[in-house]
Design a binder for this molecule. Structure first.
Ligand code: 4AD
Ligand code: MG
Length: 476
């Protein structure tokens, strides 16, 4: 049996014989192998007495090679580590030719590593990011399970395209070279696999609502797809979303839950990812120090995470936010690309970031948006012009959560559907929820990669998901 390096580093070195398996990070002076097995950030130093080993065997050891090493685990003689292995036996599972293996022990740019996404997890930064991502994902399930929520799996292929959250990808089994045509000469989707046009889902919300209306409190955690051509550091065409949906919750309770949820998962990684977060904190500090002063983050990574965990999010209505923005310096000096002059304007990320990073300097929950700029399912307020929507805005990220109290009144919902030009028949099952035992309910969606982005201090969303899908890119 071999031992995980993480477990080994947590035990006292007393000369016991152990075996470890992993990949070589560096091999120095024909003597020091730094081995990493992914269980932890740290490498294990393995000291080779080269006189005891065959030269051809040692030639096979280079960065990237996979090894099994057996030896005695002892206190380190050298500086830089407290324990090491005095190597007695080496088995080489697989070599990595240094002339062609792309991940060498030097600084690679993230752009370069994106092209080697199948190998980049063998670097310290990506392994740290992906361990934090995995821990966050466990933290998500832990939080909802402990709150009594039921995990539901909503469909990935959807026959309804009424959500309106974004452009969709079509799913089709038709022969693209020779699709069947209808009388009007258009592609006949009745002859397609599902007998109708289908797409990849943009959100599991509408289906989650049906389950909340029976299980009470549910959440989804699954992939969602958007075919928008947004080539930014915050957008993916395929991303993971967490969507809780709660019967009998109003908007205030919805905001309370969202805030408690975010704090809880961040607290979870603070408690369980010390080493990785300390490493990422240092990386973040280095990165920031290379930026012009005005663009630097005022806080370090750990400081930011702690700040979010310890402070109340600021709750501000859309109307108040518009007042603040209208009277803001960048607006008056015409610094915004989209100047704010009227109530009703949709907020762009420049406005969201001004509110969060310059004005409030804390996460902000904006609520009660104009009905016109929000989805049909959000509950209409008494004023007839705003809806019970809420977005959570984060420093450096912008929108991390979008949610609302749902419209549970059949007549009002029907009016909104009509006003937005959506076919009522398409949503017959959604309307049924309002016919049979309708009840107030609320929910929200949190973009998982945006959370990982915040928690790891990385600068580009493409670097917090194993294989990013973005316009013109679906490699691997
Ligand atoms: O605000 P959105 O579009 O809300 C919904 O889809 C609702 N149905 C959610 C709900 O109420 N159940 O998306 C929710 C979140 C955003 O706040 C953002 O964090 C993330 O999903 N998101 C993206 N993340 C990465 N890439 C994209 N292209 C994203 N679009 C949205
Ligand atoms: Mg949104």
């Amino acid at each position: 049996m071999s031992t995980k390096i993480k477990a080994l580093l947590a035990t006292l070195p007393q000369g016991q014989t152990v075996s470890v398996q992993g990949w070589v990070r560096t091999f120095r002076a024909n003597r020091f192998i730094a081995l990493n097995d992914g269980s932890t950030l740290g490498n294990l130093q393995c000291v080779v007495d080269f006189e005891n080993f065959d030269e051809t065997l040692l030639k096979n050891i280079s960065t990237g090679a996979a090894l099994k090493i057996t030896g005695s685990y002892v206190e380190s003689q050298g500086k830089g580590q407290s324990a090491e292995i005095q190597v007695e036996d080496i088995h080489v599972y697989g070599t990595a030719d240094p002339d062609t293996y792309p991940i060498q022990p030097k600084k690679h740019s993230f752009e370069f590593l994106r092209e080697k996404a199948h190998l980049r997890v063998r670097t310290a930064t990506f392994s740290a990011v992906m361990r934090v991502r995995a821990a966050l994902s466990f933290g998500v399930h832990k939080f909802f399970q402990e709150e009594g929520f039921h995990y539901v799996n909503t469909p990935i292929i959807t026959g309804s395209d009424a959500e309106g959250a974004g452009e969709m990808f079509r799913v089709s089994g038709l022969d693209s070279k020779n699709p069947p045509l209808n009388e009007d000469g258009e592609v006949d989707f009745q002859k397609d696999f599902f007998g109708k046009e289908t797409h990849l889902t943009v959100s599991g919300q509408l289906e989650a609502e049906t389950y909340a209306m029976g299980l009470g409190e549910v959440y989804t955690f699954g992939p969602t797809f958007r075919a928008e051509n947004s080539n930014t550091t915050r957008h993916l065409a395929e991303f993971w979303m967490i969507e809780p949906e709660m019967a009998f919750f109003d908007l205030d309770e919805n905001m309370d839950l969202a805030e408690k949820f975010i704090k809880s998962v961040l607290q979870y990684i603070l408690e369980n990812c010390h080493e990785d977060l300390a490493f990422l904190d240092e990386r973040f500090a280095k990165e920031e120090s290379s930026k012009p002063k005005l663009e630097r983050s005022e806080m370090g990574l750990l400081e930011k995470i702690n700040f979010v965990v310890k402070n109340d999010f600021k709750r501000v209505s859309y109307t108040e936010a518009i007042d603040i923005l209208r009277n803001s310096k960048p607006n008056k000096k015409k610094k915004f690309t989209y100047p704010i002059d009227e109530w009703g304007a949709d907020l762009q990320s420049e406005h969201e970031r001004f509110l969060v990073e310059k004005h409030f300097k804390t996460p902000v929950i904006l609520f009660d948006y104009p009905a016109k700029i929000k989805a049909f399912y959000m509950r209409l307020n008494e004023d007839g012009k705003t809806v019970r929507a809420m977005d959570i805005l984060f420093p450096g990220i912008g929108e991390i959560v979008g949610g609302s109290q749902r419209e549970e009144r059949l007549d009002v919902l029907k009016e909104r559907i009509q006003a937005m030009g959506i076919e009522e028949e398409e949503l017959w099952w959604y309307l049924d929820l309002r016919k049979f035992g309708t009840a107030p309910h609320s929910g929200f969606g949190l973009g998982f990669e945006r959370l990982v982005l915040f928690a790891t201090g990385m600068g580009n969303i493409r670097d917090v998901i194993p294989f990013p899908r973005t316009p013109q890119n679906a490699a691997f």
